[in-house]
Design a protein around this ligand. Structure first.
Ligand SMILES: Cc1cc2nc3c(=O)[nH]c(=O)nc-3n(C[C@H](O)[C@H](O)[C@H](O)COP(=O)(O)O)c2cc1C
Length: 302
């Protein structure tokens, strides 16, 4: 067992938000999926205050090294999530981390306050890749903006707060340092990188309904590795590293670069049980190694 922000976990591999639908997986595979759940903790897809339809289709473009998605964060909104999804996700055999996003500091605070009251929720991840409608700045792209967000949100929760950093900014390490100084318990990275595809049949037109989208998968792995190392050099906070992980070797590379946990995203679309294999492979690399010794993380037992 290991510990992450005080939460005991069976191993170091979790999912990237929005890349594994645990409720649909149970419908498709039955209870067997819960008996051997691939992830040590489950991160929900992003929840917003109001329901969202998401972007118009097409929403995906396949790349040689992964994909571009412009799903656009469709979700039932806070009340729909609390009424319909949370009771189902509470049956998961692993701790639940809820990922939230708002378009103002007050919206994020309302989401964090609502989930902080729920015993089913072990931790809250802040998706800060969204512009603040009041300042026009992407909340996670600027250290001052992120600091101001945490100053508003932090008092509303005693649960661990994980800030999901965006790679689409000048310095994720500066933003991570602001997160540490303003009360975050951990950071996770990387979110998708902004990308675009042209429509092969309609010259001059963009393929994705949302225009641009987020690049993920093997294509972003080297970027994730470099950013995790850069962030590790600046903060002592526990780090969840992700981006293009397909094997235990990739996961262990991120661990060596400074990640305490590793998340699997795009690879789960190819093989929904990939994370189980990756965790097994990774444990072979990490056996006998101490944890990074960073705040909030340690080896509880072997
Ligand atoms: C289809 C898709 C949906 C995603 N949805 C979310 C989301 O709802 N919230 C979020 O914070 N990140 C979301 N992400 C980003 C992933 O959690 C992860 O940060 C990113 O894909 C990098 O990891 P990977 O290369 O292993 O996929 C999404 C990624 C994909 C591919």
């Amino acid at each position: 067992m290991i510990e992450f922000c005080g939460i005991p976990l069976a191993h170091r591999v979790i999912n990237g938000s929005g890349t594994f639908d645990a409720i649909a997986a149970r419908r498709a595979f039955g209870d067997a999926i819960y008996e051997h759940f691939p992830f040590a903790a489950f991160v929900s897809k992003t929840v917003t205050l109001e329901p969202r339809q998401g972007n118009p289709p097409p929403r995906l473009w396949e790349l040689a090294g992964g994909m571009i998605n412009s799903i656009g964060l469709p979700n039932k909104g806070l009340h729909g999530y609390l009424a319909e999804d949370l009771p189902k996700l509470a049956e998961l055999p692993v701790p639940l981390i809820v990922n939230v996003m708002g378009s103002s500091r007050e919206d994020v605070a309302r989401l964090v306050a609502a989930f902080s009251e729920r015993d089913e929720v072990a931790a809250i991840e802040l998706n800060v890749s969204c512009p603040n409608v009041k300042t026009g700045l992407v909340m996670g792209a600027n250290p001052q903006e992120l600091a101001a967000l945490l100053d508003v949100v932090r008092p509303f929760s005693e649960k661990p707060l994980i800030v999901k950093l965006t790679p689409n900014c000048a310095s994720p390490a500066d933003v991570a340092a602001a997160a540490e100084q303003h009360g975050a318990d951990a950071v996770s990275l990387i979110n998708t990188l902004r990308g675009m595809a042209m429509d092969p049949d309609r010259p001059g037109r963009l393929w994705l309904g949302g225009g641009t989208g987020g690049v993920s998968g093997p294509a972003v792995r080297a970027i994730a590795l470099a950013q995790v190392r850069e962030v590790r050099e600046r903060v002592e906070l526990p780090i969840v590293g992700m981006g293009g992980v397909q094997s235990g070797r990739h996961a262990d590379d991120l661990r060596q670069a400074g990640a305490d946990l590793v998340a699997v995203g795009t690879e789960s679309f190819r093989d929904p049980l990939a994370a189980r294999r990756i965790a097994d492979e990774m444990s072979r690399f990490t056996e006998g190694f101490p944890a990074n010794g960073t705040r909030g993380v340690g080896v509880a037992s072997h």
